[in-house]
Design a protein. Structure first.
Length: 418
């Protein structure tokens, strides 16, 4: 008797064709060969499923798992025995879990497919409860009066991480380009002015020295020599020194600004009520000197670097004191709210205010709206904006002249305490 189980698929097909050419005289042989061919197909399919790199899961019309290959076991942390017969929503986090059965029923009744035959990115849930991103492609198979759905799943955690790193690098590059453009502008514009002064007054100083030397050679000291020594030369030296001081301040500012991009951030939960109380306490002398009142409202916690965020709010409070109105006693209020996962703080004052056309310029490096009002480099708001950009936050202003200003700071809100 022929042992059909040892024959290859090609041999079985050839033998079956031979029997068919002989007529219907060998029904038993045909049945044996058909059964052997069926087993061969099943074994081949099982081998493919078990050695596939992608997770492959088959479910029925009710969403119950019928097959779960080894790649799926490794990906989800379940053994096949644990999940076969379970609803596939077991492998989904909320809210997808609750929506899945309804989606299958809608598809079976209407034929409208959202995933089947299309593929998309989705989110899956492991046995340990962790959630991870996946590429999901679903195909439909009809067997007699049954429908089966096969999902092909690929873990794209590493791809997502690479995309996030690329996005972060792109953002960093864009910030560096912006800094470079600013520095080039400052170097070509703001540094030129003191250099022109130094150059011009150096020539005047040289001319004064030449005139003085000529007078001395004649041996006749007169009023002209006294004028050169007491007026022209000291004046030229004064302007040269002012130009040097200006350049030194600009270069110092460049150094402070550039260091912000290199400092490591220590992100932690910040209790903003405590942080602001400490800042106000440290500024008590300035507040009393200005005759100001500082009020702290509700301040939600946020995530950030305490030193740098403290620097931001110190600068905003200092500005509110500097640019107070001479018409009224300064009043400053700091408050905050949580909106869509962001902690938004407002520092409000009743100072001189900022005209609409100047509000976009106040964050530019070395820009000073009222240089006569106080000393400074014009770096405070620029540094505050840079700090917040590194925290994925932002700062903006709303203001009216002679009515005061409100500076808003947005940061990632701290998660609710359990």
């Amino acid at each position: 008797m022929t042992n059909y189980s040892r024959m290859t698929r090609a041999d079985l097909i050839t033998r079956l064709q031979q029997l068919e050419s002989q007529g219907a005289g060998a029904p038993a042989a045909k049945e044996q060969m058909a059964e052997a061919a069926r087993r061969d197909s099943e074994e081949r399919l099982r081998a493919i499923l078990e050695t596939a790199v992608e997770a492959i899961i088959t479910i029925d019309e009710r969403g119950q798992i019928e097959s779960f290959n080894r790649a799926a076991e490794r990906m989800f942390g379940y053994s096949a025995a644990e999940v076969i017969g379970q609803n596939v929503s077991l492998l989904m986090p909320s809210p997808y879990r609750e929506e899945h059965d309804r989606y299958i029923q809608n598809y079976l009744s209407s034929g409208r497919a959202k995933i089947i035959g299309i593929g998309r990115e989705a989110v899956a849930r492991r046995k340990d409860g962790s959630v991870f991103p996946i590429d999901l492609a679903v195909s439909e198979v009809r067997l007699a009066n049954r429908r089966l759905f096969t999902g092909f799943i690929r873990d794209i955690t590493e791809r997502r991480r690479a995309q996030e790193n690329l996005s972060s690098l792109a953002q960093t590059l864009a910030e560096k380009n912006k800094e470079l453009e600013t520095i080039v502008y400052i170097a070509s514009h703001d540094l030129r002015s003191p250099l022109v002064n130094i150059q011009g007054f150096s020539r005047e100083l040289a001319q004064a020295c030449a005139a003085l030397e000529a007078r001395l050679k004649r041996g006749s000291p007169d009023a002209e020599i006294h004028r050169l020594l007491r007026e022209d030369i000291p004046e030229a030296l004064q302007y040269i020194q002012a130009g040097v001081t200006k350049i030194d301040a600009l270069l110092t500012g460049f150094l402070r600004y550039s260091r912000l991009g290199r400092a490591a951030l220590k992100i932690e939960r910040l209790k903003m009520s405590t942080l602001l109380e400490d800042i106000v306490r440290a500024m008590e002398f300035q507040i009393q000197q200005a005759g100001a009142t500082v009020t702290l409202g509700d301040l939600p916690d946020c995530m950030g670097d305490s030193t740098l965020i403290g620097q931001v709010f110190s600068n905003l409070l200092e500005n509110a004191l500097k640019y107070r109105s001479p018409k009224r006693a300064p009043k400053i209020r700091v408050e905050g709210t949580v909106e869509s996962g962001r902690a938004v703080y407002a520092v409000r004052d009743n100072g001189v205010g900022i005209a609409k056309e100047h509000q976009g310029k106040i964050f530019e490096i070395f820009h000073r709206l009222h240089p006569e009002a106080s000393e400074g480099e014009g770096l405070g708001l620029t540094i505050a904006q840079r700090i917040l950009e590194r925290h994925q936050g932002r700062i903006w202003v709303e203001s009216e002249p002679d009515r005061g200003s409100a500076f808003f700071v947005s940061l990632l809100a701290a998660p609710k305490a359990k």
